[in-house]
Design a protein around this ligand. Structure first.
Ligand code: NIG
Ligand code: FE
Length: 402
């Protein structure tokens, strides 16, 4: 057993249901002067220190005076399976080149495809493990990880296995870009991917994802890809409305996708359609910041009743950050979300996107012993301390990492 004692605060999204919407999104239960008791991989009790009875048996005690406990953070959108980096491109963008121009010129995603293919399976596993260790340091205990930088059979499957074996939820992003050997023929590439990669990808991945965007895949191609993936048993996700609206939200609603992610370009009609649906809008403000793009309409989405989650979009090109606390700071300063709304969006609602909300995303008896300790007197430092290093400990399945 593990006892976390003398916590200044334990903060957890209120209630038991998921996803949280509207005013429920901002409801957080806070217990002051608290303890959390874990037995193996599960939380067995959360309460006030004054109500802590005597514990028999073998109990390891961790004094957490001056610290706050939050549910382990859930990053429901990351691209950790890549070789190389894009620091050269980053420097060129800093001097004025645009992301879409670099992509059109064969740089961007395709330059990472070259480096990822060259890494080999061992190199790719090492890269994913390194990226996951960065996430853990920032309090992430559950993560989704996409393929999409291999775009050939072996590298896509190696990417999915590396994510799975690092403890993540693998998503097959088979439709991320058209690789060079298909010479811009997106339909011919999809024929190949669906015939040659999907059958094995469906055995490893939980979900499939598509980049529905000008210069990537159009709505008809996305429909064909996603329909085949659903038939193979995969849940559906979409990258949509990042630069332009190309019908991602209506398609996501029609196909019963779990989420549509990005939404920087979403207008009022899309907001209403998402709000009237079960599809979660996954907002990626670090990506908007990194590319100097408009922020997604988070406040309007929440006020309209849409279910939202927040994620890093960790990747080498458009969001080189693994920090969900930073994302929470951006949510509070750029997206007009309260810290409580940001907390629910990186815990219970993100867990819902990954269909794990019955066991992660809250601190209560019966949930996984996945939690973050902040070296801070108030849990809202999660969003308040911009770029701060407040994560003192990340506990996964009852095991402290440090
Ligand atoms: O989510 N939008 C497409 N894919 C990634 C970025 C990929 C890259 O630039 O390498 C994203 O932003
Ligand atoms: Fe992404």
């Amino acid at each position: 057993m593990l006892l976390l004692r003398d916590l200044a605060q334990v903060a957890t999204p209120a209630g038991r249901h998921a996803p949280l919407r509207s005013t429920d999104l901002g409801a957080v239960d806070v217990i002051e002067d608290a303890y959390i008791l874990c037995d193996g991989e599960a939380i067995v009790d959360v309460g006030r220190m004054r109500d802590l009875g005597s514990l028999g048996g073998d109990v390891r005690e961790l004094s957490c005076a001056g610290m706050c406990a939050l549910p382990g953070l859930v990053d429901c959108h990351t691209h950790p399976a890549f070789g190389g980096d894009r620091v050269e491109e980053f420097s060129r963008r800093a001097a004025g080149a645009s992301y879409e121009e670099l992509h059109a010129a064969g740089g961007g995603i395709l330059s990472t495809v070259r480096a990822t293919r060259a890494a080999g399976e061992a190199g790719l596993r090492a890269a994913v493990d390194r990226h996951v260790s960065w996430m853990r340091r920032h309090g992430t205990t559950t993560f989704e990880g996409k393929s999409g930088y291999g775009l050939d059979r072996d590298t896509e499957l190696a990417s999915l296995r590396a994510v799975r074996d690092a403890g993540g939820a693998p998503t097959w992003l088979g439709a991320h870009a058209v690789p060079p050997e298909f010479d811009g023929d997106a339909d011919a590439y999809l024929d190949f991917a669906l015939a040659e990669v999907l059958p094995e990808a469906a055995r490893v991945a939980e979900a499939a994802d598509v980049f529905l965007e000008r210069g990537a895949f159009d709505a008809e191609q996305a429909r064909r890809y996603l329909t085949a993936c659903a038939a193979a048993g995969l849940a559906l996700r979409l990258h949509g409305d990042q630069f332009t609206e190309q019908g991602a939200i209506p398609l996501a609603v029609e196909l019963g996708a779990r989420s549509v992610d990005h939404l920087e370009a979403t207008g009022d009609t899309g907001i209403r359609a998402l709000a009237g649906s079960e599809v979660v809008g996954v907002l990626l403000p670090a990506s908007a910041l990194f590319l100097d793009r408009p922020m997604p309409p988070a406040r309007s989405l929440v006020d309209a009743g849409a279910a939202i989650a927040l994620a890093t979009d960790f990747n080498p090109g458009s969001a080189f950050t693994e920090s969900l606390p930073l994302v929470c700071s951006l949510a509070a300063t750029q997206l007009k979300l309260a810290p409580a709304e940001a907390l629910a969006a990186v815990t219970v609602n993100a867990a819902h996107v990954l269909r794990r909300a019955d066991r992660v995303g809250r601190l209560a008896a019966g949930y996984c012993a996945d939690l973050v300790l902040l070296d801070a007197p108030d849990w809202r430092y999660l969003a308040y301390h911009l770029g701060g290093a407040d994560v003192a400990e990340t506990i996964v399945g009852g095991e402290p990492l440090r």
